[in-house]
Design a protein around this ligand. Structure first.
Ligand code: PMT
Length: 400
C-alpha cells in the first residue's frame, strides 16, 4: 500500500448535492493514502449522507455546526490551522457563491476564512447552474483569491440534463489533493515518456506485438506530473485511463512512435522510454485478411527504427533513460544497451518472473547508471518504482 499522504492533515468539506455519496469514497482513498481526514458538512449535506458514515470511516468527529460542544476546542479555527489542504467535494453553487463573498455563517465557510493551506474546490451541479454567469463569475473570483478549482466532468446528470457539471471521480480528486500537498521537485522539467507496446500490422485483423500493459510508463507519467513536471506521454495501444493533465499522444506502430517522439524531442529535458517497441515488422502488410491455406506460413520481417538509439545520438544535454526487458544475463545485456544507446540510466527488468515486468502491478529491477554504478531493487509497486526512478533521475541531474 502507498502512503503518499502519510502525516498530512486533510479537511474534507461536503456540501448538499447528489454527488455527496462520492465524498465517502474520496474519504476512503485519502485515508488509504495515509492522510488524517476531518470532515466538515453543511446542513444540506447531512440530508444526502449521514454524518455517522464519515465519522465511522474517518474515526474522527464530524463538524456539522458552529455551535456544537467540542470540549472547549474552537474546531473551525483549530482544524483550519492544522490542515495541510482542504478539499470541498462536492462544492455546490451555493457554497461557491458564499465563499466568493466571504460569508462565515456555517462551519465550512467559517473554517475556510481561517485556512492558510491550499483549498481545492470540486464543483458539482446542474450544467445550467454551472454555466450561469453568476456562478462563472464567482469561480473566477475564487481562482483570483488563490483557490484551486477543478473542472467538472461532462455527461448526463442526475436530473436528466446533459452537460458539464458532474463531480470528477474520487481518484481524480485524490490525485489533485496529492499534487497540492506533495513536493513539486520536478517543476520546470519537461518529461517525454513512452509506454505500452507497439503493434505491427500483418493484415487488417492481425498484428505482431507484446504483452506490455503500459502500467510502468503511465505510473512514471503520473508521478512526474504530480511532482510538478510538464509531461508528454506517447503511448502504444493500452486500456489505461489517461493520466490527469498529461499530454497524451496515442500511436500504434514503432514508426508512428518514432515520429511522435522526434516531433516532441526538442522541448523535452528528460526522456524515459518505458515502451516495449517491436523490433521487427512484416515487410508486406496484406490489404485483406490472409486466408488459411498451406500448413505453414512464412512472414518476412524487417527491423523497425531503433528510437532509443537515435535519441542517444542527438540527445545533447537532455537526460535519457531506457528500459531493458531481459530473460537472461540481465545486467550484462542491459549494460551493453546503456552504452550502445548513450543512456544516462537503464532500468533492467527480468521479464521471466511472474511478479515483475509485463502486465503486473509490481516490478523488480536493477538500475544501471552511466558511471557503471548498479542498484538492485527489491519487488515494489510500479507506482513506487516510478517515484524511485524519478528520484535517481533528479540525482543524476543534480550531479551534472
Ligand atoms: O507496460 P508494462 O506491462 O507495465 O511492462 C513494463 C515493461 C516490461 C514493458 C517495461 O518495464 C520495459 O521493460 N520496457 C522496455 C521493453 C523493451 O522493449 O525492452 P528492449 O530491451 O527490447 O528495448 C530496450 C530499450 O530500447 C527500451 O527502452 C525500448 O523502449 C527501446 N527501443 C527498443 C526497440 C526499438 N525499436 N526502439 C526503441 O526505442
Amino acid at each position: 500500500m502507498r502512503s503518499l499522504l502519510k502525516g498530512k492533515e486533510i479537511v474534507l468539506g461536503v456540501c448538499g448535492g447528489i454527488a455527496a455519496y462520492k465524498s465517502v469514497e474520496l474519504l476512503r482513498l485519502l485515508i488509504k493514502d495515509g492522510a488524517g481526514v476531518r470532515v466538515v458538512m453543511t446542513r444540506a449535506a447531512t440530508a444526502f449522507v449521514a454524518p455517522m458514515t464519515f465519522e465511522a470511516l474517518s474515526a474522527r468527529p464530524v463538524m456539522t455546526s458552529l455551535f456544537e460542544d467540542a470540549g472547549g476546542e474552537i474546531r473551525h479555527i483549530s482544524w483550519a490551522r492544522e490542515a495541510d489542504a482542504v478539499v470541498i467535494a462536492p462544492a455546490t453553487a451555493d457554497i461557491i457563491a458564499r465563499m466568493a463573498h466571504g460569508f462565515a455563517d456555517d462551519p465550512l465557510t467559517t473554517m475556510i476564512l481561517a485556512v492558510d493551506a491550499p483549498v481545492l474546490i470540486a464543483p458539482s451541479m446542474n450544467p445550467r447552474m454551472y454555466q450561469n454567469p453568476v456562478t462563472r463569475e464567482n469561480l473566477r473570483s475564487l481562482k483570483g483569491f488563490g483557490f484551486h478549482v477543478m473542472e467538472p466532468e461532462s455527461g448526463p446528470v442526475a436530473c436528466g440534463d446533459e452537460g458539464t457539471g458532474r463531480l470528477p471521480g474520487p481518484e481524480t480528486i485524490c490525485e489533485h489533493v496529492r499534487r497540492l500537498v506533495l513536493p513539486r521537485d520536478l517543476a520546470g522539467e519537461s518529461l517525454l515518456i513512452t509506454a505500452g507496446p507497439t503493434q505491427e500490422p500483418i493484415d487488417p485483423v492481425r498484428f505482431l506485438s507484446n504483452p506490455s500493459s503500459g502500467k510502468m510508463g503511465y505510473a512514471l507519467a503520473r508521478a512526474a506530473r504530480r511532482r510538478g513536471a510538464d509531461v508528454v506521454l506517447i503511448s502504444g495501444p493500452v486500456s489505461i485511463d489517461a493520466p490527469i493533465d498529461v499530454g497524451l499522444i496515442r500511436v500504434r506502430t514503432a514508426q508512428e512512435m518514432k515520429e511522435a517522439v522526434l516531433s516532441r524531442f526538442d522541448s523535452a529535458s528528460i526522456i524515459i522510454k518505458a515502451a516495449a517497441v517491436s523490433d521487427y515488422r512484416p515487410v508486406n502488410v496484406s490489404d485483406h485478411k490472409i486466408k488459411k491455406a498451406d500448413e505453414t506460413l512464412a512472414l518476412e520481417l524487417s527491423r523497425t527504427p531503433d528510437i532509443l538509439r537515435r535519441l542517444g545520438e542527438i540527445k545533447g544535454d537532455r537526460l535519457l533513460v531506457g528500459f531493458a526487458a531481459e530473460t537472461e544475463d540481465l545486467v550484462k545485456n542491459a549494460a551493453t544497451k546503456l552504452k550502445e544507446k548513450n543512456l544516462d540510466l537503464i532500468v533492467a527488468n527480468n521479464v521471466q518472473m511472474s511478479d515483475s515486468g509485463f502486465g503486473v502491478d509490481t516490478n523488480r529491477v536493477t538500475l544501471i547508471f552511466a558511471d557503471a554504478r548498479q542498484e538492485s531493487l527489491s519487488l515494489m509497486s510500479k507506482d513506487d518504482l516510478a517515484d524511485l526512478i524519478l528520484d535517481r533521475v533528479k540525482g543524476i541531474r543534480g550531479s551534472k
